[in-house]
Design a protein around this ligand. Sequence first.
Ligand code: GTP
Length: 234
Amino acid sequence: MKYKRVMLKLSGEALAGQQGHGINAQVLAQIASDIREVYETNVQIGIVIGGGNIFRGVAASAQGMDRASSDYMGMLATCINALALQDALEKIKIPTRVQSAIQMAEIAEPYIRRKAIRHLEKNRVVIFGGGTGNPYFTTDTAAALRAMEIGAEILMKGTKVDGIYEQDPKKFPAAKKFDKLSYLDVMNKGLQVMDLTAVSLCMDNKLPILSFDLTKPGNVLKAVKGDSIGTLVQ
Ligand code: GTP
């Protein structure tokens, strides 16, 4: 394996499958089984999951809702997804711990960096809920931040697209896909991989980002092996 400790960022939408919102049990089971393939190779896995399948904070604030309030609702949505993923992983016998950036002691452990690292060392998959715990920050930024805090070697962003394209491949089928990019390319070209806060945090701390297609079974393992899939930003 190319990496020993990785941070996997899953978009909330990835859990929704074709239905577009909520949690699709079949899709969730597929993602869990993909994660198991990686787990079985003894790679340590941290996961940050978005909440867009349940609540899109930015969309609500665009419609006039207070941005901070809508972001807090989005953070709660990430905790729902974290518990769903924990359940799916534990059903297939993968030990997990959920840590939340927002205190909710009855539901999840609080986020404690050193404890998260200890869990990883004991081969538990650690799922980080609640984003960064602050409004105005995306779950991509949370993934970049947690990746650095736990000493992950790469941030692997699983999406519905197989990498970064010069234009939206759904609207422009002829758009060219990049295999490799620099952080500055991503920022200067305004490429839609992660928000600027997340990208610049990765750049400042030299954390590579791999954007890949999560919906294809087996891709998470390929990504961790270092196979050339998706787009690598470094
Ligand atoms: P080790 O001490 O390394 O063995 O870790 P551990 O996670 O097994 O021990 P701990 O006694 O801390 O946790 C036992 C279980 O309780 C685990 O499933 C934790 O996720 C859970 N847990 C620990 N702290 C909290 C908390 O503050 N809130 C909630 N809801 N669960 C917690």
